[in-house]
Design a protein around this ligand. Sequence first.
Ligand code: SAJ
Length: 440
Amino acid sequence: MKVTVLGLGYIGLPTAAMLALSGHEVSGYDVNPKVRDALRRGAENVGEAEVKHLVLEAMMSGKLRVADVIDPADAFVICVPTPNAPDGRPNLAYVHDATNAIAAVARPGALLILESTVPPGTVERVVVGALREAGVDPDSLMLAHCPERVIPGAIVRELKSNSRIIGGRTPEAAERAKELYASFVDAEMFVTGCTTAELVKVIENTFRDVNIALANELALLCEELDVDAWEAIALANKHPRVNILNPGPGVGGHCIPIDPHFLADANPFLTELIQTARRVNARMPNHVVRRIRELVPASSQGRKIALLGASYKANVDDSRESPTEKIDELLREHGYITAIYDPVAAGFSRPLAATLDEALEGADALLLVVDHDAFKTIDPASAARKMRGRIAVDARNALDPASWGAAGFEVHTLGRRGDRGSGKEAPSGAVGMVAPAMPS
Ligand code: SAJ
């Protein structure tokens, strides 16, 4: 089958490669010529190693081409971003424009799949509307919504192994879309209507946001109660029907902080829980900064804080909506000098320190924002030699308090009161302590 994929980003590109390696003739198009050029130069812009490998293999097989125009095809797959507009409402302009462009080349009977995460009702309103505007009868095409479900960091594996929701505007459209995905998906596919599929995708990320908000609220409460939140959550999770996620310095990425707005926007009066969860998570950077300010009061001499991690979560290079951004901004507003180090992030809104030593040099405190594997093996003694102060604030429960304490550090962890490094304060649950479970 001839397939044209629109949007060669973190979902469109691996999807195009998967389809190509399953035997389809795939043409990939991205509106950004820089993206197209970088792909042709050997997928230079692709950070995740497995995705890069897959894309290069697909291009070398001759089945995946990067095109400068939208090629006519039997099936079109739209994988464009749906960011929040500055007023907080979803921006569906890319979906509209992509549909419009497809309308110019699609023949009757072609399959048009929207993969982008969208507010419920988008196929019916925006896609159908754009087709009508372009003079194409929406009933002459097979319209479907098949949201992606992969986690950055394991995209290739999850594209194959995750079950999928296939929403068709008609049962026939759903069947056709299912057949296309069956060429590489090795898991169940659940067929439903378009609007249900749109809603299901947004529910998934909202569930995660609300769950993390509960963990974050418990972390704040535990600091008040002088209880170790990590231990309490791990013990609660021993119940077979409880699975609370981890507290942290905030929720980043281009999905979880955005998608709940798609529901809240649909009806602000019916979505109080969702909006509250969003606020709890959005305030976490302020809480982390408050703790820094208590431990290292700003001074006219200038206090330096070394921030470890710029990306939005562990071991990914993406820094969109990263909590580090807000923490850094708040610290600087309060008069601190900051230096950010991240060996994984592929770019950030301000320059990063070139080395860990450069970030730590003369710092009064370090703040671990992202639990990259690389940070778990930092030698505390050598960090101590570089720094002026001996305070480590750990917003991810990733540093080993014993070894940092032995190097003279006070270790302050989000969700716990006091210093764990000195060993002076035993954690509240020292008797029968369990290793915290780390759900991902
Ligand atoms: N986070 C916590 N505590 C946790 C887990 C995560 O604070 O216990 C934070 C992370 O540090 C990060 C943010 O939440 O800043 C989001 O990370 P994530 O790993 O929860 O999610 P994403 O955004 O990388 O990917 C999600 C996934 N959705 C679900 O698991 C329901 C993925 O499957 C989706 O495909 C993706 O959103 C998307 O594109 O929608």
